[in-house]
Design a protein around this ligand. Structure first.
Ligand code: F0G
Length: 462
């Protein structure tokens, strides 16, 4: 009989290590005070396990480090660009590849060019999506367009493990497209996976329907493909079993007209991004903007070596063993919470565990910012840094009033290939400890806040 393990092991071994910084509870208490109870203001050496984001925090492989050495730093026509361009063309099937220094630079380019092309019009300009990420929304609004979300109703049911909760609500999208003139929708989007609703995937069936709808109404369809490989992994596991990830990825890209991409997620690098498009229609204008703000079209704000690392990363991220490990490591966190009755957003997503702070702390109101209170406790008790995603991040409205966000979450985003299972066991033990102390949780109050994106810099009392 052949040995068949039930354990899904990390499909890599460790080659280079970085020490962790241990602190005492007293030191963390002082650090929190100094940081005005804002975890973004903490110096990294005061953090033991950093789950603030999975963006730009991946560990690169030895092949990626080797690729850096092959970086061609020619200003124009670099060999590294040619390799990068071929890789993205092969992956997406799109012909026009525009490198940028990260995802939001690609978004800014796209929307500034679309707004230029529209010229001055009195008509509102809408950009539909399943859920816009906050930089996407901000870039859309910065040019005077309006971002609108059509997230599937399943996403509201935090405690129900419904598959593909990241889906677009196609009925709502259809109604919107039927009732809004084509001239008011410069582009339609779909975000894979849906970060703003818990890293939940979008099903291939849903992507096909969204594509059909946008095509029917003649609207260019742009994917926000930051976590496309994780989305593909869910499809291969739960929907189109047995298909190869690279093949599913190609089908997904073929259903759209282009994508914006932050390479800091599923290209397994620390910096980078791109825009990729099927048609040449916008390319001349995009290149002009790119030269103005990012750099020449064959490097776009990056070094040649960064392009090499992305090229290699895009291959590695679609390896079936890597994707199986990635989903299994996230599932591991969900299973623990399930067994211990710890409230979390179900099912666990592709890049993060989201704790349900409203259910954790039922005695706190949304305006007590339960998510921030929980994130602060996780840091104070165990040096774990996470991020509130709730009424603190989204509660402040344009007119300065406050509104409940609807869900109060704490995101524990897992950097790719960085932490081991024992690091995760430590985090889970800590979450359980904080859960047992939940009755003593305190409210958070805002002492000082900027007008926009307040969570990054605001000061609090706790
Ligand atoms: N789109 C999505 C879905 C994202 O999650 C992000 C970044 C971006 C676009 C922007 O990319 O950071 O390279 O400019 N998300 C990070 C996060 C910051 O922590 O979720 P970027």
């Amino acid at each position: 009989m052949e040995f068949q393990s039930k354990v899904i092991i990390e499909p890599f071994q460790v080659k280079s290590v970085q020490s962790l910084d241990f602190t005492t509870r007293d030191e963390r208490s002082a650090a929190l005070k100094e940081a005005r109870y804002n975890l973004f203001r903490l110096p990294a050496q005061k953090v033991l396990i950093d789950l603030l984001t999975d963006s730009g925090t991946s560990a690169m492989s030895s092949e990626q480090w080797a690729a850096l050495q092959r970086g061609d730093e020619s200003y124009a026509g670099a060999k590294s660009f040619q390799k990068f361009q071929s890789k993205v063309q092969e992956l997406t099937g799109y012909e026009y590849i525009i490198p940028t220094h990260q995802g939001r630079a690609a978004e800014r380019l796209l929307f500034s060019v679309l707004s230029e092309r529209r010229g001055s019009t009195a008509e509102p300009q809408w950009v539909p999506n399943n859920s816009h990420f906050d930089t996407t929304r901000a870039n859309i609004e910065a040019v005077g367009f309006r971002a609108i979300d059509f997230v599937s109703p399943a996403a509201q049911k935090v405690q129900e493990a419904i598959p593909f909760k990241g889906n677009m609500d196609v009925e709502a999208l259809k109604k919107f497209l039927e009732s809004t003139p084509r001239s008011q929708i410069p582009v339609g989007m779909l975000t894979l996976t849906n970060n703003s609703c818990g890293g939940q995937p979008v099903s291939l069936e849903n992507i096909r329907e969204v594509s059909r709808l946008y095509r029917h109404y003649g609207i260019p369809f742009i994917l926000d493909a930051c976590r496309f490989a994780e989305n593909v992994a869910f499809i291969c596991r739960d929907e189109e079993k047995g298909r190869m990830p690279a093949e599913v990825a190609r089908e997904i890209f073929s259903l759209a007209d282009g994508c914006s991409f932050s390479a800091k997620k599923d290209a397994l690098v620390n910096i980078g991004g791109f825009l990729a498009l099927k048609s040449s229609d916008w390319v001349e204008d995009l290149h002009s903007q790119l030269i103005l703000t990012e750099g020449f079209p064959t490097y776009g704000g990056l070094a040649g070596r960064d392009l090499e690392a992305m090229t290699q990363g895009l291959d590695e991220v679609l390896e079936p063993a890597y994707l199986e490990y990635r989903l299994a490591s996230l599932e591991y966190l969900g299973k623990f919470c399930e067994q211990k009755g710890i409230p979390y957003l179900k099912p666990v997503g592709g890049h993060a565990l989201y704790l349900d702070a409203a259910s954790f702390y039922p005695h706190l109101k949304w305006s007590d910012y339960p998510g921030q209170s929980l994130a602060l406790s996780l840091y104070l008790e165990g040096g774990l840094r996470s991020c509130e995603i709730g009424s603190l991040m989204f509660g402040r409205q344009f007119d300065g009033t406050e509104k409940a966000h609807g869900v109060e979450l704490v995101r524990l985003a897992i950097p790719r290939r960085v932490y081991t299972q024992s690091h995760m066991d430590y985090c889970l033990e800590l979450i359980e400890f904080v859960f047992h102390q939940r009755k003593a949780a305190k409210a958070v109050r805002i002492l000082k806040e900027p007008k926009r994106l307040r969570h990054f810099t605001a000061e609090f009392s706790w």
